[in-house]
Design a protein around this ligand. Sequence first.
Ligand code: NDP
Length: 454
Amino acid sequence: MPIESFNPHTGRVLRRFTAFSWVKTERILGQAHRAAADWRAATFAHRAGILRKAATLLRERQDELARLMALEMGKPVTDGRAEALKCATCCDFYAERAEGFLADELIETDAGHSFISYQPLGVVLAIMPWNFPLWQVVRFAAPALMAGNVGLLKHASNVPQCALALEKIFHDAGLPPACFRTLLIGSDLVEKLLADDRVRAATLTGSEGAGASVGALAGQHIKKMVLELGGSDPFIVLADADVALAAKTAAQSRMINAGQSCIAAKRFIVEKPVLKDFLNQLKTHLLAFRPGDPLDDATQYGPMARPDLADELTQQVEDSVAQGAKVELHGGQAKPGTALFRPMILSNVKPGQRAYTEEFFGPVALVLEAKNANDAVRLANDSRFGLGAAVWTQDAKKGEEMARQIESGAVFVNGLVKSMPELPFGGVKKSGYGRELSYLGIREFVNQKSIWVG
Ligand code: NDP
């Protein structure tokens, strides 16, 4: 992939970048490795001061950052500003909490004194996607930096300006420049980086294919890895649910980022008695979303990030319809090669269809009928993915029981699935492994060292 900013709304290339050579990349890696020695020795208070300053800059620069995201991947500016603010909150969260999360943990053993000490690993390589160009990076970088690691970012090739803007924020906040660098490289150099002993660990958010190939390399080179991959989140609506609120939230969840979110609700599993009502209300809510220029404050959803992603989604829809799915709401692309994709609903989604088995990474709601609550859980779990899930029922206890039965990294009962600094985030099955955020996230990239003193 060329490293370039391409505006999916206008179809114009805004800027092309020359990819770093291996020589340049290796030089930056060397600087990062050397900087790691000082950074790990810095106090938590010192690191926290820098993270807090980064939070302030994220808030101050929210308009500029939102504009960059709108231009490079089509995110409406209102959502872009919210993303910048969420990143600021995450920086503040770890600035305040990291020291406590990584404090020595006393453990009683046969020793006079024994404990777990959490120590930084060194250089961590982050391979990140374009859908939340700031948030995906910050939820890695804030805990990693607070833990005393240093970061090298290989961002998706279509968001280089976002990647550079974030690097500048950390540098302007006072972080020694070598402690966080954006590498403008293609995926071809990732293997060399992972093979280098100075890279101690890696994290990747993206597709299953990218996760499988980078995960295999990390395994080959014995590198700790976190994988946050796709999802086909179920959104279960039981017969006793508040259908109006469920349908409103369903539309909101499916339309997050023009449908391009790993934790967007994708499969709507609805008990028969409320299916028709839910479908009608979902249709009304989806039709109310306003498309437009991502730079316009009134726009609620913009184009998909790249025309090829919209083409691929159209193909998934067409194949599913040929396999028996029914179009309940017509939308989609105006013509091939264009990035705007209007919301669609497919019902009668059954095994043997692409809609049943694959992730639909765009605004297409897939509706399945469930016979009862047990059947809903069975359908929810009949998926290769296991990232997030939602259950809607007036019976909170039942919702909680179902939450325990669903195979996923998170379940929200009567709420919108979202990520937040306090709760761990990640998946099971093909949605990946490892956790981001919370105290679990910051403990992924540390040496959990046992110290025994006799
Ligand atoms: P990719 O998974 O291909 O890209 C994500 C990141 O991984 C990018 O930085 C990319 O770099 C890098 N990458 C891809 N392949 C490799 C590789 N073999 N070795 C090293 N790095 C690699 O996402 P796409 O842009 O192709 O999106 C396609 C699909 O991915 C979507 O339809 C969706 O299913 C899934 N996806 C999931 C996301 C999530 O949040 N879980 C986010 C984005 C996408 P480069 O850009 O240079 O190729």
